[in-house]
Design a protein around this ligand. Structure first.
Ligand SMILES: Nc1ncnc2c1ncn2[C@@H]1O[C@H](COP(=O)(O)OP(=O)(O)OP(=O)(O)O)[C@@H](O)[C@H]1O
Ligand SMILES: [Mg+2]
Length: 263
């Protein structure tokens, strides 16, 4: 994400712009307020977990950040740039990535071919797909597959992968585009209990290696507590708390809101 250049030798007085800043972000549809005045800033390289019960507005918030929907009020800033009115592909070019839905994985292609295609799309060479198809699996593809621990499955058709491995492949497709800010919406959904630990390790490794900023919606509390620097707790579209996990969970408002409800 572009940040203001610092003149050589200048004192580092101004803090760098946050990777992501939301200002009074709101979205209403049909008279219902779905996202209600959310203000938060994620630091560069920070891992923020977005939590809240079903229907709290987490996915709607991600749609506003990625540009799939336009807010009725407020602003979205990426690296200090106001992108509120930018279309999703422009935000992608700025380094925003969102996990692909399973449908955007080509089931008949191998894991390696899927990643190769995503890498080509990133470098703007998709129109050269046919000519370059034979070299789709460049070093970047191998590196990305290694990072998500899918190297051993590189030749497997995507359709034959386990749920956990499909999630890793979706992550690999995202990484092939070299994002700086990634939004993961329930990456553990549909993944067997036995695969959750490994996927957690992969997500942590990805964030550390790529030094990217992550926003992740997740319901597995043990995963959140292991990965998150801060929790953003949503309830009825509003942000109830935004703090380190211990502080957020101890917040009386959070406790009251979740009494009897699972996160
Ligand atoms: N396009 C839409 N039109 C009308 N209502 C919508 C629309 N999108 C979402 N909603 C409503 O907004 C609320 C928040 O939905 P959202 O999907 O953002 O919640 P969520 O926190 O992601 O929930 P979950 O944990 O189930 O994924 C829900 O009540 C949902 O029905
Ligand atoms: Mg959701």
């Amino acid at each position: 994400m572009p940040t203001a250049p610092t003149p050589a030798g200048a004192a580092p007085e101004a803090a760098p712009a946050p990777a992501l800043a939301l200002e009074d972000l709101s979205w209403s549809v049909g008279g219902a307020v779905i996202v209600d005045g959310v203000t938060l800033a994620a630091r560069d390289g920070e891992f923020v977990a977005v939590i809240g019960p079903n229907g709290a507005g987490k996915t709607s918030l991600f749609n506003l950040v990625s540009g799939l929907t336009r807010p009725t009020r407020g602003r979205v800033l990426l690296g200090g740039a106001d992108v509120t009115r930018e279309r999703p592909h422009r935000r992608t070019r700025r380094g925003l990535g969102r996990t692909f839905q399973t449908s955007s994985v080509f089931g008949d292609l191998t894991a390696e071919e899927n990643v190769g295609l995503a890498a080509q799309a990133r470098s703007g060479e998709s129109h050269r797909f046919w000519r370059r198809a034979s070299s789709a699996a460049g070093p970047q593809t191998a590196e990305v597959l290694e990072l998500v621990r899918l190297s051993h499955r590189r030749g497997a058709e995507a359709t034959g992968l386990s749920h956990g491995d499909k999630r890793k492949l979706e992550l690999a497709l995202l990484l092939a585009r070299d994002p700086e800010l990634i939004l993961l919406d329930e990456p553990m959904a549909g993944v067997s209990a036995g695969e959750v630990g490994e996927l957690t390790d992969v997500i942590r490794a990805v964030q550390r290696e790529r030094e990217c900023t992550v926003l992740m919606v997740e319901h597995h509390m043990e995963v959140l507590l292991e990965l998150a620097d801060r929790l953003a707790v949503m309830h009825h579209g509003a942000l109830l708390a935004f703090a380190d996990p211990e502080t957020a969970m101890a917040d009386p408002q959070v406790q009251a809101a979740y009494l009897g409800e699972s996160l």
